[in-house]
Write a new protein. Structure first.
Length: 203
């Protein structure tokens, strides 16, 4: 069976841009269809795209990742995923930021394997440590914002009286949906949300 090469790219939120990582992986000659982009926290247990990729990987395949924290954000998770991929599935892992961790099934040097194992555990510790620090700083920021009276989250959208009246007309079947959408100049989802609010107020 022919071995394949894949890349895993993970960003924690939709606001983060994966373009830099994509370019980096593409420059290695990895086919676009084999570059898996996951926009989800490494602490998430869902990680649908990652688990789908793991199921595709077979012995002899190579997986490129930028850093070990792409496998998981916590210490135990990184060690567990590394063992699953390299030992149980026989996948070769290439770490762009830490080439010393690159696996090589033909390497029988016990000392080198020992040093790689130490480095893996050190980086796994650093990954979880950084994640905990980030969460702590976020919690502090939220606490400070609340203490100062700042409102968190998206600002509430205020609808005009004209928009409310159009929603009422639609709910009362005085106008159809297309007419209502044209009059309020809103997307369908936003208009439905408005109608739901108006309907709840009327009840």
């Amino acid at each position: 069976m022919i071995a394949s090469t894949y890349a895993l790219i993970r960003v924690s939120t939709n606001k983060q841009n994966e373009a830099r990582q994509v370019i980096r992986m593409s420059e290695l000659g990895i086919a676009t269809e084999n570059i898996v982009i996951e926009k989800e926290s490494g602490k998430s247990t869902a990680r649908t795209k990652y688990h789908k990729l793991v199921r595709r990987l077979k012995a002899g395949d190579t997986l490129y990742i930028e850093n070990v924290d792409r496998l998981s954000r916590d210490y135990d998770g990184i060690i567990s995923e590394w063992h699953k991929l390299t030992v149980k599935k026989g996948v070769n892992i290439k770490i762009l930021d830490t080439p010393m961790l690159n696996t090589n099934p033909e390497n029988n040097d016990l000392q080198e394997k020992f040093m790689q194992n130490i480095l893996l555990h050190v980086q796994a510790f650093q990954a979880e440590s950084e994640w905990q620090k980030t969460k702590y700083r976020q919690a502090q920021g939220i606490a400070v914002a609340k203490a100062s009276g700042k409102k968190l989250g998206r600002p509430r959208v205020v609808r005009t009286e004209a928009e409310i009246q159009i929603a009422k007309q639609y709910l009362n079947r005085e106008i159809d949906l297309d007419t209502a959408l044209a009059m309020v100049n809103l997307k369908r989802t936003a208009f439905y949300n408005l109608c739901q609010i108006v309907n709840e107020v009327q009840e």
